[in-house]
Design a protein around this ligand. Structure first.
Ligand SMILES: Cc1cc2nc3c(=O)[nH]c(=O)nc-3n(C[C@H](O)[C@H](O)[C@H](O)COP(=O)(O)O)c2cc1C
Length: 205
């Protein structure tokens, strides 16, 4: 069983990294494989709407998105941790997720999603909502925690003082594991829900 984790921060050893380490500790203890995709200083561009992915099932631009998609295909859980920039996930996270979800044609159903927003002071709830929307449009169940998943810290490492945020990271990791295991059993017993061919009703009249 594998959890793919996105660290959306460009800062090495920043607050997102510390929160991720807390979750990874839980995954490791439970024998769950983890893979951390570090955005770091990668230049991740926005979607060009070029249509390449519709034909090829992958993005035309090789700046990390296709690498992430390949790992996503085999992951049972997907944890996204983003720093808050102007009350939103940062631009690289949005570009990465827009293009990964749009271009990757793998079956995403029942992969367990979870997101954390890390900020100095404000904007975490808006960011949490924003990130969860990638999961809820793809039939991905969400593992929740004891708050709307956030962590607080401004300068590097300050999140160490946010015991509630770090505890919630551990709780969410445990809930992800429980859901992933339950879904694996459910898939074995009942199979995935029946899939329908997508109906697309654009609101153009
Ligand atoms: C461009 C930019 C915008 C930011 N906007 C916000 C914000 O809207 N709200 C907030 O509380 N913190 C904001 N911050 C602070 C970061 O969210 C905070 O330092 C966080 O801990 C960064 O995580 P990291 O250490 O993993 O990079 C901003 C930081 C930057 C660089």
């Amino acid at each position: 069983m594998k959890v793919l984790i996105v660290n959306g921060s460009p800062r090495k050893e920043g607050n997102c990294s510390k929160l991720i380490a807390e979750a990874v500790g839980v995954f490791q203890k439970e024998g769950i494989e983890t893979e951390v995709f570090e955005i770091g200083s990668k230049a991740i561009r926005g979607c060009a709407v070029c249509g390449y992915c519709a034909e090829h099932g992958k993005c035309a631009f090789n700046d990390g998105v296709n690498e992430l998609a390949a790992s996503f295909e085999t992951a049972d859980g997907f944890l996204v941790v983003s720093p808050v920039y102007y009350a939103s996930a940062n631009g690289s996270v949005i570009s990465l997720l827009d293009r990964m979800f749009y271009s990757c044609h793998a079956d995403k159903r029942m992969k367990v999603g979870a997101a954390f927003a890390v900020a100095r002071r404000a904007g975490t709830v808006a960011t949490f909502d924003e990130l969860n929307k990638y999961f809820t449009i793809h039939q991905m169940p969400i593992a929740s925690g004891r708050y709307w998943n956030n962590g607080f810290g401004g300068a590097k490492g300050e999140i160490a003082a946010d015991e509630e945020g770090l505890q919630n990271a551990r709780i969410v990791a445990r809930n992800m594991i429980f859901l992933m295991r339950s879904i694996a059993l459910g898939k074995e017993k009942y199979g995935l829900p029946e899939a329908e061919k997508a109906a697309r009703t654009s609101f153009v009249r």
